[in-house]
Ligand binder design. Sequence first.
Ligand code: ADE
Length: 425
Amino acid sequence: MTVTGSGVTHDVTDIALTPEGLRRIEWAEREMPVLRSIRERFATERPLAGIRVGACLHVTTETANLMRTLQAGGADVALAASNPLSTQDDVAAALVSEYGIPVHARRGEDRDTYYRHLSSVADTHPTLTMDDGCDLVSLLHQDRAAQVKEVLAGTEETTTGVIRLRAMAADGALGYPVIAVNEAQTKHLFDNRYGTGQSTLDGILRATNLLIAGRNVVIAGYGWVGRGIASRMAGHGGHVAIIEIDPIRALEALMDGFQVMTAGEAAAWGDLFVTATGNVNVFRREHFEAMKDGAVMANSGHFDAELDLAALRQMAEGHVREVRENVQEFDIGGKRLHLIAEGRLVNLGAAEGHPAAVMDMSFANQALAAEYVAKHHAELDRRVYGVPPAIDAEVARLKLAAFGVNVEPMTAEQAEYVASWKHGT
Ligand code: ADE
């Protein structure tokens, strides 16, 4: 932990990276008109005055603009990374020295440092937690139970985090209400699909410079993330196969024009494998054994658990080398398998995460959800809530307005027609 002359507690890689971080935060801000309009309103209304936000989010240019928004709303904010490999060190530096926000995050930090950084945020005694993956909520509930009652409410950004929170609520273990921001339509229909679709491709291309056209691309998982990746891979000329355990999603993938295979069938067929399931060990020893020489693997799910990395390491018996930045080669008996970004979130580990224009909506939901719980926490139970539909609609309305797009209004006759059960043929 370091404390600067200005008194901001932090642990970042290099504070001298501030000017570059600042430039990039400002660049992202241009693509975030919805969040900007919320920030301007927050600066006059100060709806978060007196709130201490403990945030565990990817430390990116987009997150920096969310932190500025919460700060403008009157909140005290402290930030740790939600993934050891996603931190943009220049952004972390700028948040500390330009915006006075305590940041505890270094790209490439080890597991102990990751949890020490989370602890530093917990030390600020947050009254509102803002998570991407539920790690801060978990830490408070498992290691700092006495602090849980200090928290008025939380928000959660991602599918994996919402699944963990629902499990906590089902166990009766959740100590305060949490808004599942991921469930806003203006979040998952855009961020999970278009954001992850584009940025996953971006991460794979930056890391490998592979030509997708003509390649066999295997995508595990056909949720919103998998759908986004599949359509973009197909758009680049890849032959796409989907692995899915849910028969309805598998059928949807088939009718969307993709092949559907089991992992066992896909292993020997694929050139590029991307996981987006939220589950563990989707590809494991038997699949690695069947894969072609030169196969490339990447994970787009929240945790680095989707590929059985322990088995991969064991099979390589120490024959592992970095062949390009963010690409490790595992030599298993003369066959080379390639892993991007250590099996961590490829879009943030090897690229910059979702583009700002899509995070604009996700983080507008975060900011408005924070405002909502600041006002309404006393009326909420200790469970997981969706984003109020009025907030979702407001985010869509603001985004359309930023695009200069008008939405067709209903005529009085149409309103009467849809409200009536008497009209027929
Ligand atoms: N999650 C995915 N992309 C992100 C980004 N650019 N910033 C913060 N969180 C993200």
